[in-house]
Design a protein around this ligand. Structure first.
Ligand code: S3P
Length: 438
């Protein structure tokens, strides 16, 4: 399915909300499944990636009732089976395109008394899994991969507690180890080199698990009491809000409000980077929901200046670099991201593929092994571009199309629904000139 985007002639205006946070939605199912009792999860994200997790847990014997409030928000009632109540799945579990589903599930399944297989799309089968299989094996897990990649075959094992220093600041790796730590024979500690998202820690704590953070070290004690069920409303995903935010920042005279956006400080790197570029962002209505902060964000168009982003800001906005690059095309000068080699092992190589597609629109981008430099301001022109089946690339290219001098056709854009069902409708609510095209 193609998305046709025309140059935006009028400002983007209005108030919208975005679907629930993807990271929290995956974790809510996984942890609710391990609780004793019924969990209620509202505003759960029904996206391609998270539905893979939902179906995997049904296959593991967890009853999940779904109330489809809208195509963007489901309410779930999950009958937790307790830490030791999952059932052997009848077939390989299909994680589709979702790295979070595969890596976190591997942590949980490593400590079960039954064997299982984790598989996924051809794209997911290309992504590195040694980052979880190596440390889990140190804990005593028995996992077979194919040259460090999925499918992963996991055999029953008794897990040992370990202290593990991660080389990359990955929340998926950290979470896989903490989840395996629920089944270990003592406290498991993980050291992260940067502030990777901490939703797993927050949720486990809310369920009564003893988990402590000291500097970069996080330690989990295997629980001696059942996990309490969850009762939470998932805040909107700041990684989805990123697209209307940047659209409003680059389309002249726009003003957009996005309500109920998750505002966890391990996720706000893009806001810092945009503010450093001179973007006008107001944060209001701050409140706490289910251990996570949510806010309304108001963004107004303003002239953008170039900036450099590195270190912790990269970790705190790792999924937002495709859309940040689009903002950078509109800033007068060189904007650079470094310390971001992780971008090369996302759904696609988000340095090489992004640079290739933005160049088709007339952007000037240099690639570095650990990042890229965008030379703006670019006069973008009409072109046909391709998402390479990467949801964040599809939506970034669509937003770029709003500031090109002619129509942009984004091929294979349906994958936007892997994380943001209703992306096009939401953008249309703001007056964006984009529509599906057969
Ligand atoms: C995620 C962690 C990040 C992020 C991904 C979601 C998570 O991946 O890119 O979209 O929910 O834990 P890494 O752990 O590989 O950095």
């Amino acid at each position: 399915m193609k998305l046709l985007v025309r140059p935006q002639k009028t400002p983007l205006r209005g108030t919208i909300s975005v679907p629930g946070d993807k990271s929290i939605s995956h974790r809510a199912i996984m942890l609710a499944a391990l609780a004793d009792g019924t969990s209620l999860i509202r505003n759960w994200l029904p996206a391609g990636d998270t539905i893979a997790t939902l179906e995997a847990f049904r296959a593991l014997g967890v009853p999940i009732l779904v109330d489809e409030k809208s195509p963007q928000a489901w309410d779930l009632q999950i009958e937790g089976r307790g830490l030791y109540g999952l059932q052997p799945p009848p077939a390989a579990l299909d994680c589709r395109n979702a790295g979070t589903c595969m890596r976190l599930l591997a942590g949980i399944l490593a400590g079960q008394s039954f064997a299982s297989v984790l598989d996924g799309s051809p794209q997911l089968r290309q992504r590195p899994m040694r980052r979880i299989t190596d440390p889990l094996s140190q804990m005593g897990a028995i996992i077979r991969a194919i040259d460090g990649k999925a499918p992963l075959t996991i055999e029953p094992a008794a897990l040992r507690a370990v202290d593990f220093e991660m080389r990359v600041a990955s929340a998926q790796v950290k979470s896989a180890l903490l989840l395996a730590g629920l089944y270990a024979d003592g406290p498991t500690s993980v050291c992260q080199p940067g502030p990777a998202r901490d939703h797993t820690e927050r949720m486990l704590q809310a369920m009564g698990v003893k988990i402590t953070t000291l500097g970069n070290w996080i330690t989990i004690q295997p629980p001696d009491v059942p996990l309490r069920p969850l009762d939470l409303t998932v805040p909107g995903d700041i990684s989805s809000a990123a697209f209307p935010l940047v659209a409003a920042a680059i389309v002249p005279h726009s003003e957009v409000t996005i309500t109920n956006v998750g505002y966890n400080q391990t996720r706000t790197g893009l806001l810092d980077a945009l503010q450093a570029m001179g973007a006008e962002i107001e944060v209001t209505d701050e409140r706490v929901t289910g251990g996570e902060t949510a806010v309304s964000l108001i963004i107004r168009f303003s002239e953008l200046h170039p900036t450099s982003v590195s270190g912790d800001t990269v970790v705190r906005g790792i999924d937002e670099f495709p859309i940040w690059a689009v903002a950078a095309t509109q800033a007068a000068g060189a904007s650079r991201v470094s310390d971001a080699a992780e971008l090369r092992v996302k759904e696609v190589d988000r340095i090489g593929v992004l640079a290739g597609e933005l160049r088709k629109l007339g952007a000037t981008i240099d690639e570095q092994p650990d990042g890229f430099t965008v030379h703006g301001p670019a006069r973008l022109y009409s072109a046909e571009v391709d998402s390479h089946d990467d949801h964040r690339l599809a939506m970034s290219l669509a937003v770029a199309g709003l500031v090109t001098h002619g129509p942009t056709l984004v091929h294979d854009a349906r994958c936007a629904a892997d994380s943001f069902p209703g992306f096009v409708t939401t953008m249309q609510q703001l007056g964006a000139s984009m529509a599906w095209h057969d």
